[in-house]
Design a protein around this ligand. Structure first.
Ligand SMILES: *[C@@H]1O[C@H](CO)[C@@H](O)[C@H](O)[C@H]1NC(C)=O
Ligand SMILES: *[C@@H]1O[C@H](CO)[C@@H](O)[C@H](O)[C@H]1NC(C)=O
Ligand SMILES: *[C@@H]1O[C@H](CO)[C@@H](O)[C@H](O)[C@H]1NC(C)=O
Ligand SMILES: *[C@@H]1O[C@H](CO)[C@@H](O)[C@H](O)[C@H]1NC(C)=O
Ligand SMILES: *[C@@H]1O[C@H](CO)[C@@H](O)[C@H](O)[C@H]1NC(C)=O
Ligand SMILES: *[C@@H]1O[C@H](CO)[C@@H](O)[C@H](O)[C@H]1NC(C)=O
Ligand SMILES: *[C@@H]1O[C@H](CO)[C@@H](O)[C@H](O)[C@H]1NC(C)=O
Ligand SMILES: *[C@@H]1O[C@H](CO)[C@@H](O)[C@H](O)[C@H]1NC(C)=O
Length: 653
């Protein structure tokens, strides 16, 4: 099981180097340079194309089966009645017949309890209201204020003894649009054509892993009309900063000037793009699975005001609390009778069915359940996800809408991250943008700019501006966007529908040195000063434990060995380092106890032999801290704390 790691650490360094050369021609300074080996190739940015099928990522790669969450049929189903524009409930009593017969003259009785968002709570994202029980009458209409419900069906025998047969959850997307609005839209649509927008996100999925693990979905997004943003580079470590940049134009650090995201109300005050779509009369929706690790809720209070017109969270929160949850791939997988994933995508299907052609729509569907922790989880999802894409297609989504398949970042730990291509794997999330054919015909210049930008360096902030652009399609240049609409943390970032500069640096795209994939590196793993630099980093890590008052909880680090060391030849601003003695190094090293592997991007001056101060919070931890950091709660500190009380426990790594 540990084969890749063993090979990376225990073979002679010569072999490692040979292996890197063999599989990654671009790593070798002397290899033939050609744009086809790069996603982006300019004097200031050379982003290599990465082979998903290298030996060190494939040799222990297994395709996983999709595990079903139930073997029985739904006793209660809902159906939207297009004549009356209301939902109906159906009870399928015949499915329960065998069971009823076995019980003598028993009857089936079903009831529901409405679930709703608790707007009176201080933290409405972390609670819900549950209303009284109502019996379900066959084919009954669902009251039109109902967003979600939990249903229960019981077998009642002649002596009125009852036994629970099935519980389930149903969400509804009720049509609350005033008739005049729909009429105006339908009338307007023939001339103006506001594109609907649907963002579909799979957490922790690099473009590289999409090709490796989801060949069917990859084939789908290679069809005409799709654009693959090959130079899309993440701007932050985990989900929150990356989605924050993509949806608000802010950075995690920059937001601190406005408010504290850990306090209720802060997130509500940010420039979320869905607010602008709402203002432009779009109907909006947001759904994300795995409620405890949801992007805006993990160690944060979430939204006080419901962020979008339709919002699945209260239901997911309720059922994760009430139903049996089984885990797979590290996260909530089955919640009751369905996949955590399916609640989100079924909700998306309802959203499309309800509003496509009746209102412009803006929706975000985000899923963590298969992909957050295990890169092989995506293999189990491939076919199911494709089925949803096909179903969305049949509903007409791709005729009307701009559709985006994206992720926040790639894998940050273990096998993929420690592979030779791991640096890129982590930093190149997938970003595919679909333009419907009417849009390509009406705005050929925008489509051709997007086409050209596929191989330019781009970032989350550009994505934010792209969404802004969709609300101002009559604008003719970047200058048409007033400062108030620009991404707050990257004023030089702009829509992907305007041509990005050829000589674009990471700095211009709002990407910090640490995340920048542009710079060719030289491997210096074997040089004597790699070890000296790593030891200086370890020294600063230990000082950090003291300054954070964590020294009593966390064990000091002792340097063990350098796994890999690279030197950047140019910087994120496109220049060579000013001081010829100072360079940027990417050092991957191991410490004891417990053998964690870290990666740091640091400035080292080889004349003064000094390391510029590093922010230990920015270190990457390439091995899981699952069994090491249970003594502290703070997320960022977990990655650099080896709890003293964990040392007697068996380690899995
Ligand atoms: C469904 O049936 C299969 C085979 O009988 C069984 O292995 C599996 O555990 C069942 N699944 C559930 C969710 O009951
Ligand atoms: C079920 O009810 C029918 C008539 O309602 C009766 O004839 C029959 O004996 C009952 N069967 C049992 C097992 O109670
Ligand atoms: C909701 O239902 C009530 C009562 O059935 C009705 O008066 C009201 O007009 C309905 N609202 C909408 C938006 O359909
Ligand atoms: C939104 O709809 C209202 C009413 O239909 C209309 O007056 C307004 O101009 C619309 N706003 C935009 C930005 O289209
Ligand atoms: C809570 O507030 C939102 C608007 O922010 C509204 O759409 C929703 O219907 C409210 N829910 C309840 C149960 O009152
Ligand atoms: C990019 O920069 C190089 C040199 O740094 C320059 O020769 C070239 O003209 C620039 N290309 C564009 C399109 O600006
Ligand atoms: C841990 O490292 C800090 C900083 O270098 C040092 O002050 C402290 O004495 C060390 N503690 C132990 C137990 O070695
Ligand atoms: C520091 O590194 C530079 C660039 O590799 C090299 O030219 C220089 O000789 C080195 N200086 C020392 C003191 O090692």
């Amino acid at each position: 099981m540990l084969l890749p790691e063993v090979i990376m650490t225990q073979t002679p360094k010569e072999f490692q180097a040979l292996f890197i050369l063999a599989f990654l021609g671009f790593w070798n300074k002397n290899s033939v340079h050609g744009a086809n080996k790069y996603y982006v190739y300019s004097p200031v940015c050379k982003m290599p194309s990465v082979n998903p099928f290298t030996w060190d990522t494939m040799n222990n790669f297994h395709r996983k089966k999709l595990r079903q969450c139930n073997n029985d049929s739904d006793l209660v189903t809902s159906e939207f009645d297009f004549e009356t524009h209301h939902y109906r409930l159906h009870v399928h009593e015949h499915l329960a017949k065998p069971f009823l017969n076995r019980k003598g003259n028993a009857t089936l009785e079903c009831e529901y309890r409405q679930i709703s968002r608790d707007n009176s709570s201080m933290k409405p994202d972390n609670t819900y209201n549950q209303l009284r029980r109502c019996p379900i009458k066959h084919h009954q209409f669902v009251p039109n204020h109902t967003d979600y419900m939990i249903t229960s069906c019981y077998v009642k025998d002649v002596s009125r003894h009852q036994e629970l047969l099935q519980r389930d959850a149903i969400s509804f997307i009720e049509d609350r649009l005033p008739k005049e609005k729909v009429r105006d839209f339908v009338k307007e649509e023939s001339e103006v054509h506001k594109p609907s927008v649907l963002i579909m996100g799979l957490d922790s999925t690099s473009r590289i892993n999409l090709r490796r693990a989801m060949p069917t979905v990859y084939k789908f997004v290679k069809q005409p009309g799709w654009f693959e943003m090959q130079g899309y580079n993440k701007v932050g470590d985990n989900t929150f900063p990356n989605l924050l940049a993509a949806l608000t134009g802010d950075s995690e650090k920059g937001v601190r000037d406005y408010c504290d995201v850990r306090k209720p109300g802060c997130l509500d005050s940010l420039n979320f793009i869905w607010k602008r779509f709402k203002k432009a009369n779009y109907t909006t929706a947001f759904a994300e699975d795995c409620s405890s690790i949801s992007t805006f809720n993990y160690l944060k209070p979430g939204f006080v005001k419901q962020p979008t017109d339709y919002y699945l969270r209260p239901l997911l929160y309720a059922i994760e609390e009430q139903f049996k949850v089984t885990k797979d791939f590290g996260s909530a997988y089955c919640v009751g009778r369905h996949l955590s994933f399916s609640y989100v995508w079924d909700f998306g299907q309802q959203f499309i069915d309800r509003f496509l052609g009746r209102s412009p729509m803006f929706g975000i569907l985000w899923s963590n359940s298969f992909t957050h922790d295990y890169f092989e989880g995506a293999t189990a999802l491939d076919n199911l996800f494709w089925k949803y894409l096909k179903s969305f297609e049949e509903s007409g989504l791709f005729r009307k809408s701009i559709v985006i398949l994206m992720s926040d970042h790639g894998h940050r730990y273990n096998t993929l991250r420690q592979a030779a291509t791991g640096y890129f794997e982590e930093r190149m999330p997938m970003m595919f943008i679909y333009l419907p054919s009417w849009f390509r015909r009406k705005y050929p210049h925008l489509a051709s700019n997007l086409g050209r930008n596929q191989n330019r360096l781009s970032s989350n902030y550009d994505f934010y501006m792209t969404l802004q652009h969709l609300l101002h399609l009559d604008s003719t240049s970047v200058d048409d966007f007033p400062d108030s609409l620009k991404a707050r943390q990257c004023k030089s970032c702009h829509s992907l529908f305007f041509e990005l500069p050829f000589n674009r640096t990471c700095q211009m795209a709002g990407i910090d040195e640490k995340w920048c994939c542009c710079q060719p590196t030289e491997t210096i793993t074997n040089s004597p000063y790699a070890r000296i630099i790593a030891e200086a980093i370890v020294q600063q890590m230990n000082e950090h434990l003291v300054s954070q008052n964590l020294a009593h909880l966390c064990h000091n680090f002792t340097f063990k060995n350098v796994e890999k060391a690279d030197r950047k030849t140019i910087l994120s601003n496109g220049l060579r380092p000013v001081d010829r003695n100072e360079h940027v190094y990417i050092i991957m090293f191991k410490t004891v106890p417990k053998n964690p592997i870290f990666e740091a991007t640091v400035h080292w001056n080889n004349r003064t032999q000094r390391l510029r101060h590093i922010d230990v919070e920015d270190l990457s931890r390439l091995t899981s801290y699952k069994n090491d950091a249970n003594c502290i709660r703070r997320k960022n500190a977990k990655k650099y704390c080896i709890c003293k009380d964990s040392l007697s426990w068996p380690s899995t790594y």
